[in-house]
Design a protein around this ligand. Structure first.
Ligand code: 5AD
Ligand code: SF4
Length: 499
C-alpha cells in the first residue's frame, strides 16, 4: 500500500471535487475509490462545501431545525458512501451541513477497523474531538462502533451515540433520541435483512456517483472483520437500484459505481430476481449513463458472464477489481478464500480473453501466519503472471473476532515489512511496463479534476487509469475528451487533449 495522499478540494458550481495532492495519482488511490473495503488514503470530510445533490432525489430537506452536523469519514468507499447517506438522513430532519467541526452541533465520526492501525487511531482522534468541541454531541459510526460497542462509552465518555453500519436503517430513530436529550444511545444490531436506503443522499463527488447494491458479507475469510462489523449479506431490490441510477442520470451524472463488499454476489431481493449480470446490463441501459463500474468482486462469484457482459456493453467499464490476497494455495486455504491459485488464474484467463482490454487490480496480504518464503514467492510470481494494473498490498494485521488471530507461526513485523517492500517494488515495475505500452495511444477520459499549479486537467480512462493532460480549452470538468498519451509512470499516464 503506498503512502496516503491528503485530499484537497476544488470548488466548482458549489461542488467539491476531491483531488490527490500528489501529482502522480496512485493507481492504488484509484483502486481505493473502487475497493469495497479498502481504506482511502486520507480521511475525507463531508463538509458544507461539498455537493448536496438533494435536488436529484425524491425527498427534500425538512425545514431547518437550527442545528448543524459535520461528518468525518475514514475507511473504504462503502464508508464514504454511507456518510453521504447519513448526511441525507440528517438533512431530511432539518439539520444543515456545517463547514467545519468547530461550527457543528453534532459531530459524527465514521470509522474503519479493517487493520489494527486504523482502529487504534480512533480513540486518539476522539480525544482531539472532545477538546475541539466540548459542548457538542459526538457520535461514532462504522466498523469501530460495531466492534467496540458500548466499550466506547467507557473509553470516551463524551461520546453520545455508537452505531454500526448494519444498524444505520435505525439512524433516524437514534437521532430522534439524541434530539430528546438522550445520552449513550446505541445501534449495534447485526441481525438484519434490510439495507440502508435513504430518501436523500448528499453527493460528495459531482463526477462519479456511488450506489450500494449489496451490504454485509457472508464469506468468512479468516483474517477479516467485515462479516462481524457489517453483518450478513443482504442485496437491495433491483427496482430500487435502477430508480436511483435513473435519478442520478437525471441529475446529470454519467458515471455510477455499484458498491458492495462482495458486489458480484448480488441476488435481487425482489420477485424480479435479477442476477448480478442482468442488473449490470439494466443499469448500463439507463438513459444518460455512460460508465458503470462495480467493486469489489469476489473471485468465487466471478463468472464468465461478467466478462461477456463487459464485452457486449460499452457502458460497462474495462476494469475488474478482483482481490487475490495470496498466490499460494495453502495460504488461500488458511485464509478461507474458497478458491485455489489455479482457479483464480482461470478467471483471470477469461478476462484476458475478452475482446476489450480489461484492466485488472487486486488486494494482497503479505505475512499471513505460516506464510513461508516459498508461499511469498508464489505471490510475487502471480503478480507477474497476471500483470495487474494496480495492487493494494497490506501487511497482515491480526483482528479481534477473526479465526486467524490465534493461528500459529506469526510472521515477525520486520519480515512482513520486508516482504511488503519487495512486493510493492515488483508491482511498481509491472505498472511502469504496462503504462508505457499506452504511450502513443489515444483514450477517452472523463475529466474529474484540475491541477492548477501544473496547468493540467485530471481524469480517468474507462479502465480507471489516472490521466493528467494539457488542453487549450477551459471548463472541462465532467466532460469526456480524447487524450493522446505521451508519458507514463507507475501510477498514471500523461498526455494532451486531441482536438
Ligand atoms: N490484515 C491485513 N489486510 C487485511 N485486509 C482485510 N483484513 C485484513 C487484515 N486483517 C485487506 C484485504 C482486503 C482489503 C480491503 O483489506 O486485502 O481485500
Ligand atoms: Fe472480508 Fe472476505 Fe468478506 Fe471480503 S469476502 S469482506 S475479505 S470476509
Amino acid at each position: 500500500m503506498g503512502s496516503p495522499g491528503t485530499c484537497n478540494g476544488l470548488v466548482l458550481n458549489s461542488k467539491t471535487i476531491r483531488m490527490s495532492k500528489s501529482f502522480d495519482i496512485g493507481l492504488e488511490a484509484l483502486a481505493a475509490g473502487s475497493s469495497g473495503a479498502t481504506p482511502t488514503r486520507a480521511a475525507t470530510q463531508i463538509a458544507g462545501a461539498a455537493s448536496t445533490d438533494v435536488a436529484a432525489f425524491s425527498g427534500s430537506p425538512a425545514a431547518p431545525n437550527g442545528k448543524s452536523f459535520y461528518i468525518e469519514t475514514f475507511g473504504c468507499q462503502m464508508n464514504a458512501h454511507d456518510s453521504e447517506k447519513v448526511a441525507g438522513v440528517l438533512l431530511a430532519r432539518g439539520y444543515s451541513a456545517a463547514d467545519s467541526m468547530a461550527q457543528a452541533d453534532l459531530v459524527l465520526y465514521n470509522t474503519c477497523s479493517i487493520r489494527e492501525k486504523a482502529a487504534q487511531k480512533v480513540f486518539s482522534r476522539l480525544g482531539e474531538m472532545r477538546y475541539a468541541s466540548p459542548r457538542k454531541i459526538i457520535a461514532v459510526l462504522g466498523c469501530v462502533a460495531q466492534q467496540e460497542g458500548e466499550e466506547i462509552f467507557e473509553r470516551a465518555p463524551w461520546v453520545s451515540l455508537v452505531c454500526g453500519s448494519a444498524s444505520y436503517r435505525k439512524l433516524p430513530d437514534l437521532v430522534a433520541q439524541l434530539e430528546e436529550g438522550g445520552r449513550r444511545i446505541t445501534g449495534l444490531d447485526l441481525d438484519t435483512d434490510e439495507t440502508f436506503e435513504t430518501e436523500i443522499t448528499r453527493r460528495d463527488n459531482p463526477i462519479r456517483a456511488y450506489i450500494t447494491i449489496i451490504e454485509g458479507c457472508d464469506y468468512a475469510c479468516s483474517y477479516c472483520v467485515v462479516p462481524h462489523t457489517r453483518g450478513p449479506e443482504r442485496s437491495r431490490a433491483s427496482a430500487s437500484v435502477l430508480a436511483e441510477a435513473r435519478r442520478l442520470a437525471g441529475a446529470g451524472y454519467t458515471e455510477v459505481q455499484l458498491l458492495g463488499q462482495t458486489v458480484n454476489s448480488y441476488r435481487d431481493s425482489s420477485p424480479h430476481g435479477l442476477s448480478f449480470v442482468e442488473l449490470l446490463r439494466e443499469v448500463a441501459a439507463v438513459d444518460g449513463i455512460r460508465r458503470v463500474r462495480f467493486t469489489t468482486s469476489h473471485p468465487n462469484d466471478f463468472h464468465r458472464e461478467i466478462v461477456e457482459a463487459i464485452d457486449a456493453t460499452p457502458e460497462l467499464c474495462d476494469h475488474v477489481h478482483l482481490p487475490v490476497q495470496s498466490g499460494s494455495t495453502p495460504i488461500l486455504r488458511a485464509m478461507r478464500r474458497t478458491y485455489t491459485r489455479d482457479e483464480y488464474l482461470e478467471k483471470i484467463s477469461w478476462i484476458r480473453a475478452a475482446r476489450r482490454p480489461i484492466s485488472i487490480t487486486s488486494d494482497v496480504i503479505v505475512g499471513f501466519p505460516g506464510e513461508t518464503e516459498k508461499d511469498f514467492e508464489e505471490t510475487i510470481a502471480l503478480l507477474e503472471t497476471v500483470g495487474y494494473d494496480g495492487v493494494f498490498s497490506f501487511k497482515y494485521s491480526p483482528r479481534p473476532n477473526t479465526s486467524a488471530t490465534d493461528m500459529p507461526d506469526a510472521i515477525p513485523e520486520e519480515e512482513k515489512s520486508k516482504r511488503l517492500a519487495i512486493l510493492m517494488d515488483r508491482q511498481r515495475q509491472i505498472q511502469i511496463a504496462r503504462n508505457e505500452k499506452l504511450v502513443g495511444g489515444a483514450f477517452e477520459v472523463l475529466v474529474d479534476g484540475r491541477h492548477e499549479s501544473h496547468n493540467q486537467w485530471a481524469g480517468r480512462t474507462t479502465s480507471n487509469r489516472p490521466v493528467n493532460f494539457t488542453s487549450p480549452l477551459q471548463s472541462l470538468l465532467g466532460e469526456y475528451v480524447q487524450v493522446k498519451i505521451t508519458r507514463a509512470s507507475a501510477n498514471s499516464v500523461a498526455g494532451e487533449q486531441v482536438l
